[in-house]
Design a binder for this molecule. Structure first.
Ligand code: C2E
Ligand code: MG
Ligand code: MG
Length: 586
């Protein structure tokens, strides 16, 4: 073999004639190739086991195995079959020529070899090979991150599944990653920032899979790929068991959950990871990816920023979720989405002071779907933006009709999700809607949950202040279920605190500690100039206790269940609360 440090191509010459070998090498010199020689089939395959060339020049007539037999063996091997072959023969028989093409040769050259013809043919085969490689790589690379794409992942995963079928000692795992707030970041900060985030995610994953994890580093089969959007898949080759895969998932979660710095914006984005191991028998890559995706959705349903190992019982839930997701796209903006209203009472005098709008979905086939099932899907998919706008319009339109007939009604209350608040221009949207429906700003109340506020307190304060400056009423919903403590209430510009049903449920003579707690909440709220509404009042005793601790407003099945707009104001309800109170005090 002649050494040529700068050679760009490797060529294997398989010919039993030493003179022809030397001559060919000399002819190819100007092409900057590095030649290796084999005198027979056995030597050729020995050389191929050491190193794969870019091209094979194969002689027809040789002692032992003929060129055609060698060619057939080459083409039977999935890896060697990729190497182009130029077949050289001294015979001009057509049968030989057509057989060599049938066997898979890329080109053919007549002996005695002449320099110009050899150079031209080798050059053209190498060029074709280079272009094929480029096409192959482009088709398998994600252009944004430079990572393998779905196609390459599917091929690699297919091989891993195949290998696990034959080798009981080979185990691998698939991690399916999805980013919990990507859509919101992309929509609110723009696609360029979204792309930067994806690139940073890719490089964090790359660094972490390569340097720290011995299991991964040693494996031949680990593939980190981007499927599209914010979905990344990691194939962990040769991973001993589920626990080892879960340990990698935990480590990646820690790394990915740190803040990202994107063109001056600091962004938090947690990830949810679904894990599937090869001990479940899979036939195809798609089957395995589907289950990893299902486990990932389960991780989201369990509160995000975590990993979940796939279990077959997750299937049914996911099929339903997918259906809800795709049907919701068609439902938003139509009258399938409508509102029920639940009155908010003054417990003291029984008057209805507000109406809370609660979204309902009348699914044409599945029947009524409660908000707890479709609001999280709407939040996840970004559909909450148009849905929330639809709800705001409908509630304000309804209020406009009511206010003429019901003098005591001060406001309509609408629940809003974090994604709605965070999208740029929410305050302007709210202002326009209020004006459009001829309302004053204090006739609209927006309810945001405590957990939403506490997950990003700084951003929340700014957004709430913007709304406050417009004169919109603000209520903290489900107070007591999140992480906020009484001591941070003063930081937020709320008009109202809605004490969560779980506290109100405990208000009876035997649970004096809850009575004391609710009393403390009510006192603090009043000191901060906020009103208190007790949610989920179901018994007369709860009403009595609430009056005793000076909580003046309430909502609940005892006083009024959510009902359609035309049935929510029966005259009897007006007086329900004083009747209850006097009954209790008697
Ligand atoms: P929420 O805002 O805390 O609404 C109160 C929920 O408690 C309502 O359930 C209501 O029907 C229920 N409820 C009221 N009184 C009682 C009672 O005495 N006992 C019991 N057991 N439950 C009572 P719903 O309508 O199923 O709504 C659930 C949640 O869905 C709401 O909780 C709210 O967070 C969310 N939601 C509803 N509509 C919308 C909307 O338009 N946008 C957004 N973002 N979220 C909404
Ligand atoms: Mg509410
Ligand atoms: Mg609530």
């Amino acid at each position: 073999m002649t050494g040529c440090a700068k050679a760009t191509h490797q060529v294997l010459l398989v010919d039993d004639d030493r003179t022809i070998q030397r001559l060919t090498e000399a002819f190819l010199k100007p092409l900057d190739v590095d030649c290796e020689f084999a005198g027979c089939g056995a030597e050729a395959f020995e050389s191929l086991a050491r190193r794969l060339p870019d091209l094979i020049l194969l002689d027809h007539e040789m002692p032992g195995e003929s060129g055609l037999e060698i060619l057939e063996r080459l083409k039977a091997d999935p890896i060697l079959a990729q190497i182009p072959v130029i077949y050289a023969t001294g015979t001009e028989k057509e049968t030989v020529i057509s057989r060599c093409f049938e066997a898979g040769a890329n080109d053919y050259i007549q002996k005695p070899i002449r320099r110009p013809e050899l150079v031209a043919r080798v050059q053209s085969v190498l060029e074709r090979q280079r272009m094929m490689r480029e096409l192959w790589t482009n088709a398998r690379t994600d252009s944004l991150t430079g990572l393998p794409n779905r196609l390459l992942l599917q091929e690699t995963l297919g091989r891993a599944i195949e290998r696990a079928h034959h080798d009981p000692n080979y185990h691998f795992a698939v991690l399916f990653l999805d980013f919990d707030r990507f859509k919101m970041i992309n929509d609110s900060l723009g696609h360029e920032i979204g792309d930067m985030l994806l690139q940073q995610i890719a490089s964090r994953l790359r660094r972490n899979l390569r340097s720290e994890d011995a299991i991964v580093r040693d494996s031949q089969m680990t593939t980190l790929s981007r499927l599209g959007g914010d979905e990344f898949v990691i194939l962990l080759g040769d991973i001993p068991d589920e626990d080892a895969a879960a340990a990698v998932a935990t480590r990646l979660l820690n790394v990915l959950n740190r803040p990202y710095s994107l063109a001056g914006n600091t962004v938090n984005s947690t990830a949810s990871i679904g894990v599937v191991c090869s001990d479940r028998v899979y036939r195809t890559a798609d089957e395995m990816l589907r289950d990893a995706d299902i486990a990932m959705y389960e991780a989201k349903a369990r509160g995000k920023a975590c990993h979940v190992v796939f279990d077959p019982c997750m299937h049914a839930a996911v099929v339903e979720r997918h259906r809800i997701e795709s049907d919701l796209r068609h439902a938003v903006g139509t009258d399938q989405i409508h509102l029920m209203y639940q009155p908010i009472f003054s417990i003291e005098d029984g008057g209805v002071i507000g109406m809370e709008a609660l979204a309902r979905w009348a699914h044409p086939e599945l029947g009524p779907i409660p908000p707890d099932r479709f609001i999280p899907v709407a939040e996840e998919t970004g559909l909450i933006i148009p849905l929330g706008e639809q709800v705001l319009h409908a509630a304000c339109r309804q209020f406009q009709q009511w206010r003429r007939q019901h003098a005591g009604l001060k406001y309509v209350s609408v629940n809003v999700s974090p994604a709605q608040l965070e999208i740029g221009g929410f305050a302007t949207l709210v202002r326009d809607i209020v004006i459009q429906h001829g309302m004053t700003p204090d006739e609209l109340q927006l309810e945001v949950t405590e957990s939403m506020i506490m997950s990003r307190p700084e951003t929340a304060v700014t957004l709430l202040q913007e709304l406050k400056a417009l004169g919109i009423r603000l209520a903290m919903d489900d107070f007591g279920t999140g992480y906020s403590s009484l001591s941070c209430l003063h930081r937020f510009p709320f008009d109202v605190i809605k004490i969560d049903r779980s506290f109100v449920q405990e208000l009876n003579g035997e649970r004096s500690e809850f009575v004391a707690l609710v009393h403390a909440i009510v006192n603090l709220a009043y000191n901060l100039g906020m009103e208190c509404v007790a949610e989920g009042i179901e018994t007369h005793e709860q009403v009595a206790v609430l009056l005793a601790v000076d909580c003046l407003y309430g909502q609940g099945y005892l006083l009024g269940r959510p009902a359609a707009a035309d049935g929510v104001f029966p005259p009897s309800w007006y007086n329900a609360a004083p009747a209850v109170a006097s009954q209790l005090s008697a």
